[in-house]
Design a protein around this ligand. Structure first.
Ligand code: GDP
Length: 234
């Protein structure tokens, strides 16, 4: 089968949703594929809202896929690559936003939800409890939630926080896909060993792939998983 024909155009987007965000220009990907596995595109993707409590979540209709990860694991970078928008999820540390549940619309009725980064070393017990309740409340309440993409730094492997997230997802019967990101930081053999190790630990509980936002390695597979999760609920 012929590979997709990919055309990259430069495009500027006015993005007034967040204070300090004005306009950014970035490559946007257009494809004409052979028809079997069209590369997903989100030309109308947009930020919807941030929530700090379940009462602020967007209406629980349609389908959404959550993306979670330890703080600094590379979650924002991975989202930007998968959605193919520079600065879609901010990679710069914007402390306020990294602690919130951020809802993005990918297409009509299909959302990506950027969950708060966890694992900060220096946060109060009260804050830790708040995040725990926010995350467990999110997993328990969302009928539209179709899957979890977990971002893990390939050099750190799984942490107990990651295992807890997988546990949340499992408890409500959600499929989990693990992106072992920053794979460019390891030699090929080391990266392959890390993938095997995590696959061995998780077995049937999750699918696992290596990923690099820097090199855009694993981009297509990650997007296909996102599309599969979104399609599972319609
Ligand atoms: P987040 O806190 O999980 O959203 O992490 P960010 O996406 O902000 O990334 C944290 C840091 O890791 C930033 O300095 C990124 O440039 C860097 N980073 C993220 N992904 C990759 C990757 O695939 N390769 C490399 N080498 N660096 C990455």
């Amino acid at each position: 089968m012929a590979d997709a024909i990919v055309v990259i155009l430069d495009e500027c987007i006015i993005w007034p949703a967040w204070p300090g965000d004005h306009e950014f220009c970035g490559p946007k990907l257009y494809t004409e594929s052979s028809g079997h596995t069209p590369m997903s595109q989100y030309p109308n993707a947009r930020f919807l809202k941030s929530a700090n409590a379940p009462g602020q979540f967007v209406a629980d209709t349609g389908t959404e896929v959550a993306v979670a990860g330890r703080s600094n694991a590379g979650k924002s970078s991975a989202i930007n690559v998968i959605v193919n928008r520079r600065q879609f999820a901010r990679t710069s540390k914007t402390p306020g936003r990294t602690q919130l549940v951020n809802f993005f619309e990918l297409r009509d009725g299909q959302r990506l939800v950027d969950l708060p980064g966890y694992g900060f070393a220096r946060v109060s017990e009260a804050m830790r409890r708040h995040w725990g309740e926010l995350l467990s409340g999110y997993f328990e309440s969302r009928q539209s939630l179709a899957g979890l993409i977990l971002i893990v730094d390939i050099r750190r492997r799984l942490t107990d926080y990651d295992r807890q997230m997988i546990g949340f997802a499992e408890s409500v019967g959600l499929p989990v896909h693990v992106l072992l990101t920053k794979a460019d930081k390891l030699k090929k053999g080391q990266a392959a060993a890390a993938v095997l190790e995590v696959k061995k630990e998780l077995g049937e509980r999750a699918t696992v792939q290596p990923f690099s936002a820097l090199k855009r390695d694993g981009e297509r597979e990650a997007r296909e998983v996102l599309e599969r999760f979104l399609a599972a609920r319609g």
